[in-house]
Design a protein. Structure first.
Length: 516
């Protein structure tokens, strides 16, 4: 049987998936509360919800990574038991994880062949594997060379390898978990072409995302989860962003904040020919960065993850050694200064890694709120902390920044991601900073918290703060920024004014095409 015929049969194998009454419990948490989901062949079904809504848990149950505590899975109206990923693959179910499961040093063909051997056939003929990869690549317009080493491929190409891996195993139903998180706009467009082609050839696809415009663009139906329960399943053509956001959050949500006209002031933060190494000694992360951020301005820094954005934020914040170049704050050279020195000079920092660089899990809410200021005379009397003053100030910050916590003595680890992010914002912004580095400020937080954080950032702009906004969410960058810089492999590809550039041009710069 030919590869094409085998895949065609696979696409017919699952006509209907039903997840009925799925319950999944973890200690102290019920992640799925009697979830029902129906997906049919020839459709792209989006699974939408805030972080913690239960989307990924539900899909891990379907793929055999978690056993359900209650409920059942039916394929073509027949109950099945899926106890492992091997069971899922045998039934024709594939999953593309957000973080790719590839061996960088292996070729495409070797990665696809992994796990296909059996005791009877301990070695696979890679010539045969390569031939079928070429058939699948041609059929689905995936454009992958079987002989290429994975580490040499762009991120979008690596994702195609993951899709080919699933198709090679005759996946009729494909789960895609946040598949666009690391792609440029052009790569997203190419992925959507592939997904529509798979749908039209009879595959069933489950598309997990938090990006409303993508869900509306690619899906046929959408199921919204909230707090582990199905709120509603809709025909995508009959809904819109506002309705989906309201279903996700449970209230009306402002999807785009106002962007009032503000005349920028003087350049408050200047970065001149900045170079720094990556975490691997001798490997450059920053290659001659030049940027200026003015008071009353948000400069958005766009780029695919891993192109030096994190290293730039750490260098400015005093967490990474600068090998050459200069950083100025209010025309004062602050290159190489410590975090505490920069803090005193008016620099605030919202780190990309909340629990790595921004807060301490086992400390209380109050302790985290005074983490950077506990030694100040305001909070301490000699060697003793002024508990009354700490209680008053932290209660004020909890109220002002709408941090949802049982009390100021609650351990930070008991808060949601969105409320941890609000806590960090409260601590940094209550100092009335002159310059702010906001790295991925809404990553992993729900729509409601995102709306609130966007309002805070715009309020800082109105108060004259110079803000460098680093984000991989192009919608966020375009909504909030006055100017947009694009970073690729540690260098700036171009800087454009708000409203004067198309997404296509930003995507080209994100792929390494220098503007002009």
């Amino acid at each position: 049987m030919s590869a094409s015929a085998s895949t065609a049969l696979a696409a017919q194998r699952i006509r209907h998936l039903e997840m009925r009454g799925i319950v999944k419990r973890f200690p102290g948490v019920v992640a799925n509360k009697g979830v029902n989901l129906n997906v049919r062949a020839g459709e792209i079904h989006a699974l939408l919800g805030e972080n913690g809504a239960g989307k990924t848990t539900l899909m891990k149950v379907l793929f055999g990574l978690y056993p359900p505590d209650e409920g059942q899975i039916l394929l073509n109206d027949q109950p099945v038991k899926i106890a492992s990923p091997a069971d899922a693959i045998w039934h024709g179910i594939g999953m593309i994880h957000q973080h790719f499961m590839l061996v960088p040093e292996f070729s495409v063909a070797e990665n696809v062949a992994l796990g296909l051997t059996s005791p009877r056939e301990p070695l696979l003929d890679l010539t045969v594997v390569s031939a079928r990869i070429k058939d699948l690549a041609h059929k689905y317009n995936l454009r992958v060379d079987p002989d290429s080493l994975v580490w040499q491929l762009a991120v979008g190409q690596q994702q195609r390898v993951e899709i080919i891996k699933a198709l090679y195993r005759d996946a009729a139903l494909l789960i895609l978990d946040e598949p666009t998180a690391v792609l440029t706009p052009q790569e997203v467009d190419e992925l959507f072409i592939v997904l529509r082609q798979m749908r039209d050839q009879g595959h069933a696809l489950i598309f997990i995302s938090h990006k409303l415009h993508e869900v509306l663009a690619i899906s046929d139906h959408v199921t919204v989860l909230r707090d582990g329960e199905v709120i509603k399943t809709l025909n995508t053509k009959e809904t819109n962003r506002a309705e989906l956001a309201q279903l996700m959050v449970g209230r009306e949500v402002l999807l785009r904040v106002d962007h009032p006209d503000v005349t920028p002031g003087e350049a408050r933060l200047k970065i001149e020919d900045l170079h720094a190494e990556s975490d691997k000694p001798g490997v450059p992360a920053l290659r001659g960065i030049n940027l200026e951020v003015c008071s009353g301005e948000i400069l958005g820094l766009a780029g695919v993850s891993g192109n030096g954005q994190r290293e730039l934020a750490e260098a400015i914040a005093g967490l990474r050694r600068v090998t050459s170049g200069r950083i100025q704050l209010d025309n004062r050279d602050v290159t190489g200064q410590s975090c505490s020195q920069l803090l005193e000079l008016g620099l605030a920092y919202i780190p990309e890694g909340r629990l790595r660089d921004g807060a301490i899990r086992d400390f209380t809410v109050a302790e985290n709120l005074i983490l950077r200021d506990h030694a100040n005379a305001f909070y301490s009397d000699g060697i003793f902390l002024n508990q009354g003053r700490i209680a008053h100030q932290t209660d004020e910050m909890i109220g002002a920044f709408n941090i949802k916590t049982p009390s100021r003595e609650t351990p930070l680890k008991n808060l949601s991601g969105g409320n941890i992010q609000k806590l960090i914002l409260a601590r940094e912004l209550s100092r009335q900073p002159r310059a702010l580095i906001a790295a991925q400020p809404t990553r992993g937080v729900d729509i409601g918290a995102t709306e609130y954080i966007h309002r805070l950032l715009m309020a800082q702009r109105s108060q004259g703060t110079a803000t460098l906004l680093i984000s991989e969410d192009l919608d966020e960058i375009q909504d909030l920024s006055d100017r947009i810089a694009v970073m690729y492999e540690g260098a700036i590809m171009g800087i454009v004014n708000r409203g004067e550039v198309q997404v296509k041009e930003l995507g080209l710069m994100m792929a390494g095409v220098r503007r002009g």
